[in-house]
Design a binder for this molecule. Sequence first.
Ligand code: GDP
Ligand code: MN
Length: 399
Amino acid sequence: MNVHEYRAKELLKSFHISVPFGVCIEENTSSAIAAALRAFENHSKVVVKAQIHAGGRGKGHFKENGTSGVRLVETEHASEAAVGMFGKTLMTNQTGTDGKIVHKVYVTETVAVAREFYLSLLIDRDRQCPVLMASDSGGCDVETVAQTHPEKVLMFPVDPLLGLQAFQARRVACLFQLSGGAFNECVELLLNLYRAFAASDAYLIEINPLVLTQDGHLSALDCKMQLDDNARFRHENFASFDDPNEAEPTEAEAKSVGIHNYVALDGDIACLANGAGLGMATLDLLDALGGKAANFLDIGDTASAEQIEAGFRILLKHPKTRGVFVNIFGGTLPCDRVVQGLISVTETVALRVPCVMRLMGNHKNEGLTLLKRSGLSAIATEDLTTAAKAILRETKAAL
Ligand code: GDP
Ligand code: MN
């Protein structure tokens, strides 16, 4: 789950990490904008920042007016700058050419920057532990720095049982060539950052730039944060980080009915399987035969008839769906419950695309009988490869 900059900074602040003062404007009305700007009456300048789930905003630009997604402006022009962002499409090197529509705008105080650093904590899947990355070349694209000047990026694993150690934090403060109070502040900040990372079940917290201010303090000017969705059950505050505007619509709908293993993909064959492993095998097989999946949907083994119906509804609604491929290995989940889900959904949504069901195991025969009686044109078979070839053939034929 991606977290907006303004919320990520609130979280950092709650772990005693210094961030510039800021107010988020959540709606594009003159009263909301004016209310937010009232907090900056004593500031001659402010930074106006588009809130989207993508980085590179400063160097990005709006399709509509060419201005940047992060603007330092005179406070009297802040309202204009905010209006110039709301509802507009920001394109950055991370959004692709489609860009992202801005629904929230964050206004912050300006900071007199002396130096900019890069700092991040992330989960390294290969090492199976957190990794700390730091560079004294902050503010710019860290991937480029890592490629052109790998010696400028310090990277080391953190033992998840011990947590970040003070000597490791001092190594970073040395890299930043800090001294005196700023050195100690940096060590404190790193230890707090690790606490925030571990306590929030984050898999990424990136502060780029972390700045040394002209009066010798550290401040997190930007923050990109990703939290582990699988840890939702132990974090009541996660729900408050969700932004429906940023969610892929079908993924949001799946979540709302309790289907958490749904991922929208680029292809045109909608897939439904019971079990993540079976789901992945389904995608692999389609791919090997030259097909492309429109999604990954694992209904699990305990899905209710309602959830299965909702799953089918989402698949059929997806604009790219040109065929539906069901792969059920009936264990705890009986095959006929899945067939019933398809039948129920077709009472309200017409099955306009070919559908192939691979049914095997528990209540397979009941499922087949149910399908036959329903009069639906879905094809059912027991063999997976036969089923995959059938959906590819039928989808092509229906073109
Ligand atoms: P990003 O482009 O999406 O990573 O957005 P950032 O929040 O990192 O902003 C882009 C750049 O704007 C930063 O790297 C800073 O160099 C600059 N910037 C943002 N806020 C301030 C500020 O208060 N003072 C100064 N001097 N620069 C700022
Ligand atoms: Mn940044």
